[in-house]
Design a protein around this ligand. Sequence first.
Ligand code: NAP
Length: 245
Amino acid sequence: MRLKNKVAVVTGAGSGIGKEIGETFLREGAKVVFSDIHDDFSEIENLEGDAKYLKCDVSSASEVIDLIEKTIDLFGGIDVIVNNAGIGSLGGILDVTDEDWQKVIDVNLSGTMYGMREAAKKMKEQNKKGSIINISSILGSVGFNGALAYSASKGGVVQLTRSGALDLAESSIRVNAIAPGFIRTNMTKDVLEDDNFNAMVKSSTPLGHVGEVEDIANAAVYLASDESKYVTGNILHVDGGWTAK
Ligand code: NAP
């Protein structure tokens, strides 16, 4: 059990990558708060281990403060946060709307910052060698046409990770990001069902196929565990080689 005695919060854990990370953390012995924007998460009842669900819209700083405080009330502390909640958005520089831009920045970028800040304050207060894991994207490292706001938000997550890691190093709190390539989830279902888009993704990925949620969850276990105790400020690309080109 690689995460025994750790308390972890995962945002956006109602589906896709976040759900898989939460379930994998549970199997590795962590106590896990699954959090998402929805009122409830019926599957929580069927999970084995110490799992709780808390509703939280990460674009609201006060809801994130509440999430961290309730986690501490439930489990006595916080060792790990995975800032995973995110939304997709299509549109390039000529057609991105102010509304779309703001929404994506509020959720993907500000939401990540709120999670980092509020978790770090409590980790420091409790003298925890915590691990903060942000979910960026290959689109945070390389350009991609037609997803301007999303790419900008994920590039911002990369820099939150690097600068946050430097700010928190003296407190022995580590900050890393995972940058997934295309992974089959609700977010990508529609685009991956498009034959042309699917073919483009496969031909752009050196390993030749899209990824699975477990590829990201396995990377998250490593970054959450003490196995990565000398790793901070790192962007771990789990992308079938997309960004190696
Ligand atoms: P997903 O299946 O849509 O899961 C994201 C979850 O976050 C959903 O349950 C979503 O609820 C929730 N959410 C949306 N807005 C929220 C908010 N304001 N506060 C809290 N929760 C919120 O997508 P996913 O593919 O697993 O994505 C997870 C993360 O991985 C995202 O940050 C995404 O950008 C990143 N990522 C994904 C891929 C990929 O190929 N799938 C690649 C690179 C990076 P709703 O369903 O109601 O929106």
